[in-house]
Design a protein around this ligand. Structure first.
Ligand SMILES: [Zn+2]
Length: 251
């Protein structure tokens, strides 16, 4: 396979960084491509995605069910006749993606790996490129900053277990790069996964300490631990605080 192609959705924002990354795994020798996360329902973007797949699209894969990743999938499926596949059977048009499922694209092997935590249905794809494996990780790890735990669908215990699983997979397969759903490609997978774990554990310490000082409401904990936030980042912090309270059994 030639290198995966990123097509950036023009939906930049506090939660989406530069925008959602749509990834195309090109076919080889005139075979169809796989599209990972078509993004939201944006005609111009979906047209660019289709144009970047001149030999067609065999399947549309979804890393998780958030609208900035899946919102345009149905339209792309209608345009191209390609089925949508996701971990969530409610999103899949054919067999849902399974943990450990193996496949091929462009002559390269692919393994699906479930990554629950950001959402319950998060799944990633290890693709064995000619110069080594890479892991498409959706919003489990972002190219910059940290990810939210989308409580109550997201779950912090699952997320921490997923970080452990990712670190093991990176070691096992010698994964060279993480290809996130937002932001730049991550060139140091192990260090980044460890930094994410460290950050989550630090936040838990901060939440525990603030709670013991009497900041027991979600709003007070967001203020105490995350400081002054507005708009979508505040909402994300609230959900992540709720996920942390659940994890610490303080609810
Ligand atoms: Zn996203």
């Amino acid at each position: 396979m030639t290198e995966p192609v990123r097509i950036l959705v023009p939906n930049p924002g506090a939660m989406t960084l530069e925008g959602t990354n749509t990834w195309i795994l090109p076919g080889a020798g005139g075979t169809p491509a796989i599209v990972i996360d078509p993004g939201p329902s944006d005609f111009g973007h979906l047209n660019r995605v289709r144009a970047a797949c001149p030999d067609g699209i065999s399947e549309i894969w979804i890393t998780h069910g958030h609208a900035d990743h899946v919102g345009g999938a149905m339209r792309l499926a209608e345009w191209t006749g390609s089925p949508i596949r996701a971990y969530d059977p409610a999103i899949s048009m054919t067999d849902p993606l399974r943990d450990g499922e193996r496949g091929q694209v462009g002559g390269n092997a692919v393994i699906c790996v479930t990554l629950p935590g950001h959402t319950r249905d998060s799944i990633g794809f290890i693709v064995f490129l000619d110069d080594g494996p890479v892991l498409f990780c959706g919003d489990t790890i972002l190219g910059r900053g940290t990810t939210q735990i989308s409580w109550p669908d997201g779950n912090l215990a699952q997320y921490l277990a997923t970080l452990d699983k990712m670190e093991r997979l990176v070691q096992l397969f010698r994964v060279r790069r993480l290809m996130p759903g937002h932001g730049p490609v991550i060139m140091e997978p192990t260090a980044t996964i460890r930094a994410y774990r460290e950050h989550r554990l630090q936040r838990l310490d901060q939440i525990r300490a603030a709670y013991q000082k009497g900041h027991t409401s979600v709003a007070a904990l967001v203020d105490a631990v995350y400081g002054d936030l507005v708009g979508p980042t505040q909402k994300a912090a609230e959900l992540t605080v709720r996920a942390q309270l659940e994890y610490l059994e303080l609810t």
